[in-house]
Design a protein around this ligand. Structure first.
Ligand SMILES: *[C@@H]1O[C@H](CO)[C@@H](O)[C@H](O)[C@H]1NC(C)=O
Ligand SMILES: *[C@@H]1O[C@H](CO)[C@@H](O)[C@H](O)[C@H]1NC(C)=O
Ligand SMILES: *[C@@H]1O[C@H](CO)[C@@H](O)[C@H](O)[C@H]1NC(C)=O
Ligand SMILES: *[C@@H]1O[C@H](CO)[C@@H](O)[C@H](O)[C@H]1NC(C)=O
Length: 445
């Protein structure tokens, strides 16, 4: 067993490196072993990591091992690797000569328990020839690269020679790594990929069209393009329109300036979760896919909402320019609604109470007009035991001047004021009736 773990560690260093020594910590709750490279004289203590299923190598420069790229696992070692129970390898804060990667992948190939590979804050040095890794059919189905630096994909040998492996990858994350596009031919290799997160990169409208070319990512269900450099809602829509398995799309934190024409583009009709938060939108295309269940439109410039979505369960409209509650009767299945940080002067409790499934209504930080009837509407909502997150501290009055900045709950609702309003209404009615009588009197039938 100890021997096995010794091999794991050596393997973690990418190769069977005779000179490498390491110091490891075992994090029991995560079953994770975190190792760092040591100077040669130091004591090795990786044995405590026996029960770990995740191994992480953190910190260091692997350049001095670049010469070992030709090492291959021996038959005895292959036996050991095949028996290991490691499911995930993580490489953090490393300088990695790329030439080591194909060799390391060969070790991964002989360790079929490994299903996840992760590189965080790593710099890959020089490019390499992947030719001799081309036959490997790795069992790794989840690959995550976060803040990695490497030569651009376009600049190098055809990565599609890794087809035998990449066609098995289901989950790919490449975030904050200055990626500008995915070459069309590489996208076509990912025939089983269903989760793709490329948030925090430099994708532009045009590179979305080429990256999601016809035939690329045919099984994609979840796509995150958060915080890229997208500027045209219509171009992105056209580029993704043919992703006919897509259920989740995150376009948040891009900047779509005002649209001049209303487009005829259709988003994939399979879409269930659509995140358009913080994208500068003023108008929302009324032709959204009909089965959307979660729609995030928060942090935009929306004044009015002309949508009707019968399946919608969650609607986020925080931090927009709404002056009134939108017509919620067009979302009869709504469970969660957020309207906070708008310019709403009153909550139309009748419509809101008609939503049979509503569980949470967030509506603080608005410009409430604290008249007797409006306060009563809020009280009606509270009486129904709504989850009103932020009540009472986020609900303040903007007007009338006497109550500006009062908490809504602190406005004294003395019966006199409310009656006054009633009397005013009453006298209007009396006036109307008198007019009617007068008219009838003047023009008897
Ligand atoms: C990233 O890794 C380098 C070493 O390659 C390290 O010096 C740096 O502190 C790391 N940065 C972060 C944000 O962890
Ligand atoms: C895919 O991987 C990411 C990051 O590694 C993880 O957060 C996510 O849960 C995974 N998704 C699925 C559906 O397995
Ligand atoms: C985003 O696109 C604009 C216009 O094409 C460009 O000027 C800018 O440098 C880009 N920013 C990034 C981070 O790629
Ligand atoms: C939408 O994206 C933002 C970040 O850009 C995130 O904070 C928010 O939770 C997402 N909305 C949903 C409904 O997942």
């Amino acid at each position: 067993m100890c021997r096995t773990q010794a091999f794991v560690f050596l393997f973690l260093l990418g190769l069977n490196l005779p000179k490498a020594k390491g110091n490891c910590d075992f994090l029991e709750s995560q079953k994770r072993c975190v190792c760092s490279l040591l100077e040669q004289s130091a004591v090795q203590n990786y044995l405590q990591c026996l029960p770990a299923t995740t191994y992480e190598l953190r910190g260091g420069n692997l350049e001095r091992f670049a010469g070992f790229f030709k090492i291959k696992p021996s038959p005895e070692m292959i036996d050991i690797l095949e028996a290991l129970q490691v499911s995930k390898l993580v490489f953090t804060d490393l300088l990695v000569p790329e030439i080591l990667l194909p060799a390391a992948m060969e070790f991964v190939f002989y360790t079929p328990s490994i299903s996840e590979l992760e590189f965080v804050n790593c710099t890959f040095l020089q490019t390499t020839n992947w030719e001799h890794a081309s036959g490997l059919n790795l069992k790794v189905s989840s690959l995550r690269l976060h803040r990695v630096t490497a030569a651009a994909l376009d600049d190098r040998l055809d990565m599609s020679i890794l087809r035998r492996w990449l066609k098995n990858v289901e989950n790919l994350t490449v975030t904050e790594s200055q990626v500008t596009s995915i070459p069309c031919k590489i996208g076509k290799v990912f025939t089983t990929l269903y989760f793709l997160d490329v948030s925090g990169n430099h994708f532009q409208d045009q590179s979305i069209s080429t990256s999601f070319c016809q035939g690329a990512f045919p099984q994609l269900q979840v796509l995150k393009l958060r915080h890229n450099n997208l500027t045209s809602y219509d171009t992105v829509c056209k580029a993704l329109g043919q992703q006919n398995k897509l259920t989740h799309l995150d376009l948040s934190q891009n900047n779509f300036p005002q649209r001049l024409s209303s487009s005829s583009c259709m988003w994939p009709q399979t879409l269930r979760v659509f995140n358009l938060s913080n994208t500068g939108l003023e108008h929302i295309d009324p032709a959204l896919p009909p089965n959307i269940e979660i729609l995030d439109l928060s942090a935009n410039k929306v004044c009015t909402l002309d949508l009707s979505l019968l399946s919608l369960k969650e609607l986020y409209l925080s931090n927009n320019r709404l002056q009134a509650v939108p017509p919620v009767n067009r979302f009869p299945n709504l469970e969660v609604l957020s309207l906070d940080q708008n310019q709403i002067s009153h909550l139309s409790s009748k419509e809101l109470l008609n939503l049979k499934h509503l569980q949470s209504l967030k509506a603080g930080h608005n410009l409430y007009h604290c008249s007797c009837s409006h306060i009563r509407e809020i009280q009606d909502l509270i009486a129904k035991q709504f989850l009103l997150p932020g009540w009472p501290q986020d609900y303040t009055c903007k007007s009338p001047p006497d109550y500006q900045d009062f908490l809504v709950k602190d406005v004294p609702l003395s019966s006199l004021q409310c009656n006054k309003a009633l009397i005013r209404h009453g006298s209007m009615i009396i006036l109307l009736i008198s007019c009617l009588q007068l008219v009838l009197y003047m023009f008897p039938v």
